[in-house]
Design a protein around this ligand. Structure first.
Ligand code: SF4
Length: 365
């Protein structure tokens, strides 16, 4: 099967700019993509990126700050965001909140830096709070771009994102039948971080869906949980050991596949989608909600084990993991915890542990 050609971030940025759009750099995790699109601002997410020399960023940060933030700041300081008109730093954790303050108070980039407070917990109050935050963001975007999209335009983009979320859910649902390796599957999932929704929908359409077998024969289904699958070699290591990633609980992937909103008010509808989306440590989901979600995912996909793939110094995930591991183990679900730095290659020790974990799961079949 010939590999699918996915355009690079750089290509997409150039194309969007030459079509007259502004580009915004978006730091992790949750934000309303549709709001930016309604302003003709193309959002491109900055999850690190991995492989950046973090010396420049580390001059501003404590050594115990995660590599996502270390890389994100270094990338900016190295000139990696020259092309963008504005920067959004959602306040999804203390480290990102700190990054927003460093940008605004110390680095003072030429571009506008906007923030967005993400509330904790799934309550009506959280929806109201986030709806107000999104409305404030609307006003900031109107000031920066000089545009003021009407309600109809906002709703058009919201509905398009809702459709895209439904397509992504469908793509995940067919995972066991796709002939794609774990790396290929997640390259497609993660292209949503920078592709416009219609291009992304086309990519999902041309991605191979069906193979004669239901799941790669003899392979062990694995769920990966954490922030992001970086370094992505982890996916190759899982496949080479005889596993395949059948689903995930990753903040950059499945945790951002939101459902439909119900409100007529576009700000409230965008807020509903985020607040009521899959449970997530950075949205203050309860241990019950997250463990029920992980257990349900394991049962629905027939996965035999969960790999917690954690970014070193990621406090939100570190807080939940011991309790989640216990809950899953009580249900008979085997777990493995690995720690990674997105700028470092996967350690030999981590590779050996993945191999041993999958061997153990195979032995139990
Ligand atoms: S890896 Fe964890 S600590 Fe770092 S930015 Fe993401 S949520 Fe925050």
């Amino acid at each position: 099967m010939p590999p699918i050609k996915i355009p690079s971030r750089k290509e997409v940025i150039q194309r969007e700019k030459s079509s007259g759009k502004d580009v915004a750099a978006i730091y992790p995790i949750h934000y309303p993509r549709e709001l930016f699109r309604a302003f003709d601002v193309h959002p491109v997410e900055v999850w690190g990126p991995p492989g950046v020399d973090t010396k420049m960023g580390s001059a501003h940060l404590q050594s115990y700050i995660c590599s996502v933030v270390q890389s994100g700041l270094s990338f900016y300081l190295e000139g990696g965001l020259k092309e963008v008109k504005l920067i959004l730093v959602p306040h999804c954790c203390d480290s990102l909140q700190g990054l927003g303050s460093i940008f605004k108070d110390f680095v003072k980039p030429g571009q506008e830096v906007l923030t967005l407070y993400i509330p904790r917990g799934i309550t009506e109050e959280s929806v109201r709070f986030l709806s107000d935050e999104i409305e404030k963001l609307y006003k900031s975007l109107a000031r920066v771009t000089g545009r003021a999209p009407a309600r109809e335009r906002l709703m058009e983009e919201i509905l398009l994102e809702e459709e895209t979320d439904a397509l992504v859910k469908d793509f995940y649902a067919g995972r066991k039948k796709t002939p794609l390796s774990s790396r290929e599957f997640y390259a497609i999932i993660r292209a949503r971080e920078y592709l416009p929704p219609r291009d992304y929908a086309r990519l999902l359409q041309i991605a191979p869906r069906q193979s004669p077998e239901s799941g790669p024969p003899g392979r062990v289904g694995i769920i990966v949980s954490g922030l992001l699958p970086e370094p992505m070699e982890i996916l190759d290591v899982i496949d080479e050991a005889g596993g395949f990633v059948v689903a995930d609980d990753l903040a950059c992937c499945m945790r951002r596949v939101y459902g439909k909103g119900a409100a007529e008010n576009p700000f409230k509808r965008m807020a509903e989608r985020i607040v009521q989306g899959p449970p997530d440590s950075t949205k203050g989901g309860s241990v019950d909600e997250i463990s029920v979600s992980l257990t349900g995912l394991t049962e629905a996909t027939g996965a035999r084990g969960v790999i917690f793939y954690n970014v070193k110094f990621c406090e939100p995930e570190d807080f939940y993991r011991p309790m989640l591991k216990k809950r899953l183990q009580n249900k008979g679900i085997k777990t493995l915890t690995l720690e990674a730095d997105i700028n470092q290659p996967l350690s030999q020790q981590a590779i050996t542990r993945v191999r041993a974990f999958i061997e153990m799961l195979k032995g139990e079949a």
